[in-house]
Write a protein that binds this ligand. Structure first.
Ligand code: SD4
Length: 337
């Protein structure tokens, strides 16, 4: 349907009103749990593109803007990077050569979530996730129907392949190897699947709103229709406006079985530091015998942050932080931050 003719076009979004009302009540000083953070706003983004992403979101926060806008802007920047293989278009392809995207956004003040899984032919997956959150009562829309939803919201349909992804797919196909997605479960050993660099961004804005988002093209050679951890609240990302936020990156097929970002935020609620909470969430997965690469990054509402990882001895896993004190990239070692 042409979005110009869509029934949504002339409706005022109820969800936008909720977000607007939250912002207005904050501006009026009505919020209790949304007290302004003592050290000003903060934005945290995973991996080495994190500093560039934070630079996109920071001006919004420095200007007194909302966390949700900063999260979207930071993640869009990574989604549209032409050479980033593991997020957005032009990278990871599935068994049949198609790139599909998973993304979510969670808004702390209303605990609302919007997400898309296995989104096809639309580039800015996190912005489509935001539309699911703001324009509908739904939480997750998947597959070709997510593409149809995006078109109704005015997004352009386009190929998610580029020269790099097509060449990589052709080379892999020529080898005639099965995808490692058919291998036995990675318990007690086994090869680790390729996958890293999911973008996750967490923000506390000057009004005390917490927001988190993430976006990925998932796992190389995935079976068509596979949806990973990123669009599942509590798995790929989670936040609670009273506590803070957490994001996950790594083998989502394993990690999503443990809801590690929910676990991390709940441990922070109980008094753990961000690093301790992230470590405990990773250790819970390792304790079941899983052999995986993965990381959790956590941000407390007061601006403290930390992370932990399993595996990734050869990857420069880390995260970027930007606040009033400046910008920093924090590498995550085997023992955390
Ligand atoms: C997935 N968790 O779809 C994602 C991949 C990832 O860093 O995070 N890579 O499994």
């Amino acid at each position: 349907m042409n979005p110009e003719n869509s029934p949504q076009k002339n409706l005022v979004s109820r969800r936008s009103l909720i977000i607007g009302a939250a912002a207005a009540s904050i501006a009026a000083g009505n919020a209790t749990v949304r007290a302004a953070p003592a050290n000003g706003p903060v934005i945290v983004t995973s991996w080495e593109f994190g500093p560039g992403a934070n630079d996109q979101g920071w001006p919004i926060l420095a200007d007194g803007g909302l966390a949700i806008d900063a999260v979207e802007k930071a993640i869009n920047y990574v989604e549209l990077l032409p050479d980033e293989f593991w997020v957005g278009y032009g990278g990871v392809y599935n068994e049949v050569g198609e790139t599909t995207l998973d993304a979510m956004m969670m808004w702390g003040p209303t605990h609302d979530v919007g997400a898309v899984g296995c989104l096809k032919r639309v580039k800015r997956a996190v912005s489509v996730a935001r539309k699911v959150m703001e324009e509908t009562q739904h939480t997750l829309i998947v597959g070709d129907d997510a593409t149809r939803f995006a078109a109704r919201m005015g997004f352009q349909e386009t190929s998610l392949s580029n020269e790099t992804s097509i060449k990589a797919w052709e080379e892999w196909q020529a080898k005639n190897e099965p995808s490692d997605a058919w291998d036995p479960e990675p318990i007690g050993g086994g090869e680790k699947p390729d996958g890293h660099d999911t973008v996750g961004t967490m923000v506390v804005d000057v009004h005390g709103n917490v927001c988190v988002g993430c976006s990925t093209n998932g796992r190389l050679h995935k079976i068509p229709g596979r949806v990973g951890d990123s669009p599942i609240a509590g798995a790929g990302a989670y936040c609670d406006n009273d506590v803070g936020a957490a994001i996950a990156t790594g083998n989502g097929d394993v990690m999503m079985r443990f809801l590690p970002t929910y676990h991390t935020v709940e441990l922070m609620r109980a008094g753990a530091s961000p690093e301790e909470a992230a470590r405990a969430a990773i250790d819970r997965i390792l304790a079941k015998g899983y052999h995986f690469d993965g990381g959790i990054i956590a941000l407390a509402k007061d601006g403290r942050h930390g992370a932990a990882k399993a595996g990734w001895a050869d990857e420069n896993f880390g995260y970027a932080v930007r606040n009033q004190a400046g910008s920093e990239y924090i590498p995550v070692g085997a023992n955390g931050t």
